[in-house]
Design a protein around this ligand. Structure first.
Ligand SMILES: [Zn+2]
Length: 175
């Protein structure tokens, strides 16, 4: 039985400490946590969640992607567990786009991110993976990686003027 996990909110110390490497991916507790995180991210209409957001200070996050009103060109990607990730290459080109976070649900902000990245990680079956991502998924990946390094998207802004409330954001996208 999977369960829904509580989401840590900005201000809790778990979001502000460096997450530990996962040593044993076959461990039942780790596999159950991955199932619960996938379940939680689906339930909350999120596309991304990192373990520190469910009070676990370890290096795992879930990435998923679906085309949406805001990101019509987003590819479809089933929820995938990313374990002990490294970003090994960043393209020079920087793009700004809106981001949001389950741990900071009241605001959106225009966040600068590298357009494409090359990453290495371990999947939940303990296989090493090496991939290139660009655009929306590169953005999600960098957002989630930051959670493992005790950063949140507000730390990445060029200016606090790039922050708006969720209510104003909803007005923008409904235009
Ligand atoms: Zn987040």
């Amino acid at each position: 039985m999977t369960k829904l996990l509580q989401i840590s909110q900005l201000g809790h110390e778990v979001l502000r400490k460096k997450a530990s490497f996962v040593e044993n991916i076959n461990n039942k507790e780790i596999q159950d946590l991955i199932d619960d995180m996938i379940n939680t991210v689906k339930d909350s209409n999120g596309v991304w969640i990192a373990a520190p957001q469910v009070y676990e200070s370890i290096r795992i996050f879930i990435v998923a992607s679906n085309p949406s009103q805001r990101y019509p060109d987003a590819p479809k990607m089933e929820p995938t567990a990313i374990i002990n990730p490294e970003i090994v290459y960043y393209s020079d080109e920087i793009l700004k786009d809106w981001e949001w976070c389950l741990s900071i649900p009241w605001v959106r902000a225009m966040v600068p991110r590298n357009k494409s990245i090359e990453v290495e990680y371990t999947d939940r079956d303990w296989n090493s993976q090496k991939c290139q991502f660009e655009g929306f998924i590169a953005r999600i990946f960098q957002h989630e990686y930051d959670h493992l390094e005790w950063l949140v998207f507000l730390d990445r802004l060029d200016s606090t003027k790039d922050i708006i409330t969720e209510k104003e954001y909803q007005k923008i996208i409904s235009k």
